[in-house]
Design a protein around this ligand. Sequence first.
Ligand code: TXA
Ligand code: MG
Length: 320
Amino acid sequence: MAEIGKDIVKAKLLLQKGKLVAIPTETVYGLAGNALDAEAVALIFETKNRPSFDPLILHTSSIERVEDFVVSFPEKLKMLAENFWPGPLTLLLPRKPIVPDLVTSGLDRVAVRVPKHPLTLALLESLDFPLAAPSANPFGYISPTSPAHVAAQLGEKIPHILDGGVCEVGLESTIVGLEEDEIVVYRLGGLEIATIEKLVGPVKIKDHSSSNPQAPGLLESHYAPRKPFILGDLRQLIAENIEAKSNFAVLSYSDYFPGILPGNQIALSPNKNLHEAAQNLFAAMRKLDEGNSAVILAELMPEEGLGRAINDRLRRAAAK
Ligand code: TXA
Ligand code: MG
């Protein structure tokens, strides 16, 4: 069983030996290994049961260090990095050959980010290699936002979980790249589109679901509970399920419904705060997935700010 601790020296020694360590970030926990060691990277894919056509994000501690892995850093993207790193932003940049093919699935661009978490930043600073880290969940399942989430699913497979508490943002990073000098968003995430646009003007959003490796990793079904996850108008869904005598649980934005056991319903933010909803989302999905209901009924958030990224996760969870 994985050891859970706060000792970055221990984490460093394991990583130097080619082992994997779960690391806290502001978005979700990552399953980290030496990004320049093809064997460690292969172990990440194996541990997550992840198809090798789905590339990994390279994590490092500063903009300066990113230059070691990329052949150029276009001005527009650098501006984003300077403003939002450390933070929930991943940039796709033309890679140098030093980055193993397995990290990028053979693509020309490598995904890089500087995460915002004091423990992980200190760890990255102490290492002389970057960390490749996908979210620390089995492929397709809900991303972990606490050490306990990681332990529940990968605890038997990894030696160490670095305990950085509960993730502050709760949604994965926003992924951004350039196409013919135009900024393109490939995954909605913890950095809001409006915040990006305030700095660089209108951006294009290309977050279409696909099983095509060119539209990287955005598989239609993802972040998914094991139980059927049904999205719609909650009042109507609840009425139908009561009628059908089905054993259901409810995930709402802010409302609690009468006649449903407290353990079978979670409101993501009773005060309608989308940041709070984002922070609670994955833990709530897990909790209801582990409970005794047969299905989970859920509703979309307002389609604004972080609500867009939350809705993206909810739709993929329902796409099974
Ligand atoms: O917030 C996050 O980004 C978290 C934390 C741990 O940093 N990481 C994360 O990694 O969400 P993962 O592997 O679960 O999702 C990364 C996404 C995948 O959809 C992958 O396809 C895409 O990034 N990606 C990675 N490298 C890419 C590349 N070279 N080109 C295009 N997409 C890439
Ligand atoms: Mg993931």
